[in-house]
Design a protein around this ligand. Structure first.
Ligand code: NAD
Length: 274
């Protein structure tokens, strides 16, 4: 297997050659952020001085992550236990964020992945649950966040999808279908709001070393690294920080001209041109 240097850690990225992303004191909601990709996005934004509202279902794990990010970055971090399938919980998440911070500039949409399985395995209830989790949560959060962004003529909306939007993945029909819908939503909205200082983008991870990927190998990290690197031109699986730093950049002042885009973070895994 080809050797490829590991990505810089967020701390290393704060060295003297580092770009200031120009978003200090902005306020972000980062969804599904107790661990994995969401946590990495929150860490990268926290390092930029962004104040954070974190959410996930389990209060204890979420508070542990909030404490960790608070102590590493020194920013104000609010932990709001939320089930993103629940519209009332999403209302409360945005309400509590606004009442604590008084503003909302950045929304990072992310949630747990849908169950695997072929088409014939999923009944209406499974499709409905996947729709509410992957698509409707983004609709609801965006609807509540947009007026706050419009008020200040500035906003960043970034949604985590999957390389399934470029190349459908075997045995993941729910993800392949609903993430395409999320991408359509994001592109449509980008066109509607780009004249108002608001950008809307999606980030498509390939194989990122999180609990979700490890669960496919019964939690065995070494096996996940080896198997996950197969067919990846970069020769390795992605680290959560590869996603986190990309998301933070899309939220930056400098990324103001990037909108309606899907950015792959996949070490070259998708073999198509676009
Ligand atoms: P993860 O299992 O490491 O973390 C998932 C996070 O989502 C946790 O914080 C969990 O508490 C939270 N969560 C799950 N269901 C929730 C709900 N209903 N409400 C609120 N929070 C909820 O997973 P990850 O790898 O970080 O994946 C994040 C997203 O990226 C998923 O949608 C996943 O399918 C997608 N994705 C991941 C990869 C990868 O290689 N890791 C590849 C493609 C797509």
């Amino acid at each position: 297997m080809r050797k490829f240097p590991y990505a810089w850690s967020v701390d290393q990225l704060k060295g003297e050659n580092c770009m200031d992303l120009g978003i200090r004191d902005r306020v972000a909601i980062v969804c599904a952020s107790s661990k994995g990709i969401g946590k990495a996005a929150a860490e990268a934004l926290g390092q930029e001085g962004v104040k954070l509202a974190l959410c996930a279902r389990h209060a204890e794990a979420l508070e542990a992550t909030a404490t960790e990010i608070r102590s590493r970055s020194g920013v104000d971090v609010l932990a709001i236990p939320t089930d993103l399938r629940d519209g009332a919980a999403i209302d409360a998440l945005v309400r509590q964020t606004l009442s604590h911070f008084g503003r909302l500039d950045i929304l990072v949409n992310n949630t747990g992945g849908p169950p695997p399985g072929p088409f014939e395995q999923h009944d209406d209830a499974v499709w409905q649950a996947a729709f509410e989790s992957l698509l409707l949560s983004v609709v609801r959060l965006t609807r509540l966040a947009l007026p706050e962004m419009r008020r200040r003529n500035w906003g960043r909306i970034v949604t985590v999808t999957s390389t399934a939007v470029k190349q459908p993945i075997t045995n993941l029909v729910l993800s392949n279908s609903l993430r395409a819908a999320v991408t359509g939503l994001s592109k449509s909205l980008a066109n509607e709001v780009s004249g108002e200082g608001i950008t809307v983008n999606t980030v498509a991870p390939g194989r990122i070393l999180t609990d979700r990927l490890k669960s496919l190998h019964e939690g065995d990290e070494a096996a996940t690294r080896i198997d996950g690197a197969r067919g990846v031109p970069a020769g390795r699986v992605g680290e959560p920080r590869d996603m986190g730093t990309t998301i933070a950049y899309l939220c930056s002042e400098q990324a103001g001209y990037i909108t309606g885009s899907t950015i792959q973070v996949d070490g070259g895994l998708v073999s198509g041109l676009l």
